[in-house]
Design a protein around this ligand. Structure first.
Ligand SMILES: [Mn+2]
Length: 279
């Protein structure tokens, strides 16, 4: 898409559409035996295939995967090759932020195959100190901080840098949003004040198998939930994020199963007692 034509008006921005997903957990059942596990394994792969179909059909400009794309470092080789092939099939920049299940580091699964060769459109975030991805041809910068090991003190957004130069500024993180009144026993804390201070246009969150918006000052921030939930009770949706010419951001929870979409204002905010992270 040619977005350069839309920048002439005062205060207008180039519209972009993103697909946000997380917690795909490809390969979670790679080492079990039996028809039941074979079916669940195929189900995870099929859910990601439908996620990529969605990205193609909705003509998104980029896809964001907010952690736990792959379940663990011992998945089958074919799982990694299939994952890379699906990323390549999107035909658009795909930003993968490693989470606690697929962290970077010396024994990382991201060192096992040549991702750059198999999926040249992949932007893999490898910096635990944080890094900015700026895909060619898109007026957007995505900042995130990769997990390295399963360090419970890891903080996805503490002391994040200020906005960059591109028209659109996105944050991506994998962790546990701390709701006022929630207990503090969980790892990878994310706080509303941090999201507010970052001053991004959208923050893509992962780690919960739950579709929910969270408070972030004036910023829209949401967990996409998983394409296919490991717990079996939720999931099946991805978020389409429309960054609009007037500077506003609208999100839509789009079903992978043909169910009706849930629009921006109908997507629930996290409220009440402590959140309920699956992993
Ligand atoms: Mn996680």
């Amino acid at each position: 898409m040619n977005s350069s034509d839309t920048g002439a008006g005062s205060g207008s921005k180039p519209p972009l559409r993103l697909l946000h997903t997380s917690d795909v957990h490809l390969g979670a059942y790679d080492h079990g035996r039996g028809d039941h596990l074979d079916g669940m394994r195929a189900g995870l792969e099929d859910a990601f295939r439908r996620t990529v179909d969605k990205a193609v059909n909705e003509q998104v400009d980029a896809m964001l995967i907010a952690g736990d794309f792959i379940d663990n470092a011992r998945v089958r080789d074919e799982t990694l090759h299939n994952a890379a092939a699906e990323i390549a099939r999107t035909g658009v920049p795909v930003v993968v932020l490693p989470g606690n299940h697929d962290h970077v580091g010396p024994s990382s699964l991201y060192n096992r195959i040549d991702w750059a060769a198999e999926a040249p459109n992949l932007h893999l975030m490898r910096e635990p100190g944080g890094e900015t991805v700026a895909p060619d041809g898109l007026d957007v910068e995505i900042w995130g901080r990769s997990h390295t090991e399963q360090d419970p003190r890891f903080t996805p957004f503490a002391d994040a840098p200020p906005r960059g130069e591109a028209a659109w500024q996105i944050g991506i993180g994998h962790g546990h949003f701390i709701h006022p009144g929630a207990a503090l026993q969980h790892s990878f804390h994310i706080y509303e004040e941090e999201l507010q201070a970052m001053d991004r246009d959208y923050v893509a969150l992962g780690h919960w198998e739950r579709l929910v918006r969270v408070a972030a000052g004036g910023t829209t921030a949401a967990y996409s939930g998983a394409p296919e939930s490991l717990s079996g009770s939720v999931g099946g949706r991805v978020l389409l994020v429309d960054l609009q010419a007037d500077g506003s951001v609208r999100i839509e929870a789009s079903s992978l199963d043909g169910e009706a979409p849930v629009w921006h204002d109908d997507i629930p905010f996290l409220e009440g007692a402590e959140a309920d992270p699956r992993r």
